[in-house]
Design a protein around this ligand. Structure first.
Ligand code: EPU
Length: 341
């Protein structure tokens, strides 16, 4: 069988949704598990960078080592019971295409996660979430191959240690495993609808839908996301750039005195989650532009590339935002996006 081709000094512009034009020392696209195994065992000097949809990534400089573009495809029905269907999805499937696949079969559980950019394999890494649902709610297990290609391992939900936009793959096992497939448990019927979060109910009312199906919820989510979040095909971006910070109730109460309109959501005992978008907007960054970099005018949590921003320009804007938010509110906001710097 032909071995995968390794390209030298390869442009990554088309492989990251920020559209940053940097090159990689070496680049290889893998389409099968065998190819991945070959690449990991034969070309591996330990400096490996795995790329999925490139939608949660800010590249600020030339990438050293070998970039592996994980283009493994396939969706397989595993088993069906009266209540559930188990599905195994290859890491390189586009997340939203998979959501549409489930909706076409009336399988419930990920309709609120419609239109999230990125690949299926990246979804567990940061436990993607939106509108009251997180990946962990439908996750059964995932299969991953060790970075040296020596073994494969199955991870249960407990193994993954899911948290808010976090998992073991971002912490202790960072750069140690490559997720090659994810197994989901989806509902066949009696769908659990999550309509209370954000504007979903308002959007359903606007659509004159009183008894929503999972397909209707997906349509509502798509409408909301499309109105707030820029389409990366038109304006480069990586979705929310920062995580929403969690602060103490005491800290929140003192901020409430100075800023009576500050929003906050209870997050465990004596903790409050504050929308970073609000903090950033309050600091005056919403809609601003610095060279090719900017802050989206409809959602301040999203940094954008208006065309030819460098990764450094976007990072510099992100750092100015962090600094001002810290000075104004004494809150440290941290990137949700993986920054290669
Ligand atoms: N807000 C502002 N100004 C802004 C943006 C937001 O004041 O410019 C305030 C408003 O009070 C608003 C609140 O922030 O009610 C929440 O905004 P939104 O519903 O847009 O959600 P978010 O907290 O900013 C999170 C996720 C999104 C996800 C939405 C919906 C994070 C880091 N982001 O954003 O995820 O789509 O909730 O569930 O948790 C992503 O991770 O890339 C992403 C887009």
């Amino acid at each position: 069988m032909k071995k995968p081709v390794i390209h030298r000094n390869y442009s990554l512009k088309a492989y990251n949704t920020f559209g940053i034009d940097v090159t990689a020392d070496r680049f290889v696209e893998v389409r099968t598990l065998e190819d991945l195994q070959t690449v990991l065992t034969e070309n591996n000097d330990g400096d490996i960078f795995v790329l999925g949809g490139g939608s949660n990534l800010l590249l600020t400089k030339h990438v050293t080592g070998l970039v592996i573009f994980l283009n493994l495809k396939g969706i397989q029905l595993l088993q069906t019971s009266d209540e559930y269907t188990m599905v195994e999805v290859a890491a390189g499937e586009v997340w939203h295409d998979f959501v549409l696949w489930t909706l076409a079969r009336n399988l419930g559980g990920i309709e609120n996660l419609s239109l999230i950019p990125g690949s299926v394999g990246a979804a567990p890494i940061q436990n993607i979430g939106a509108y009251g649902v997180e990946l962990k709610d439908v996750f059964e297990s995932c299969t991953a191959i060790s970075i040296d290609g020596s073994h494969t391992r199955t991870f249960t939900a407990a193994d993954c240690q899911f948290g808010y936009r976090s998992s073991v793959f971002k912490l202790d096992l960072k750069q140690k495993y490559i997720i090659v497939s994810v197994q989901f448990r989806l509902k066949n019927k009696n769908h659990l609808l999550h309509t209370s979060y954000g504007n979903i109910q308002a959007e359903l009312d606007k659509m004159h839908i009183a008894k929503p199906s999972i397909q209707d919820i997906s349509k509502a989510v798509i409408a909301i996301r499309s109105s707030k979040l820029p389409n990366p095909k038109e304006i480069g971006n990586s979705g929310s750039f920062f995580k929403n910070p969690v602060i103490s109730q005491t800290h929140f109460d003192s901020l409430k005195t100075a800023f009576p309109d500050i929003p906050g959501y209870p997050n465990g005992s004596n903790l409050v989650k504050v929308p970073a978008g609000w903090l950033i907007e309050k600091c005056g960054f919403k809609g601003i532009r610095q060279g090719g970099a900017g802050v989206h005018d409809k959602q301040a949590l999203v940094l954008v590339n208006y065309g030819n921003a460098t990764g450094e320009e976007i990072l510099s804007l992100a750092m100015q935002i962090q600094e001002k938010v810290s000075k104004t509110f004494n809150i440290q906001i941290t990137p949700e996006v993986n920054v290669y710097a």
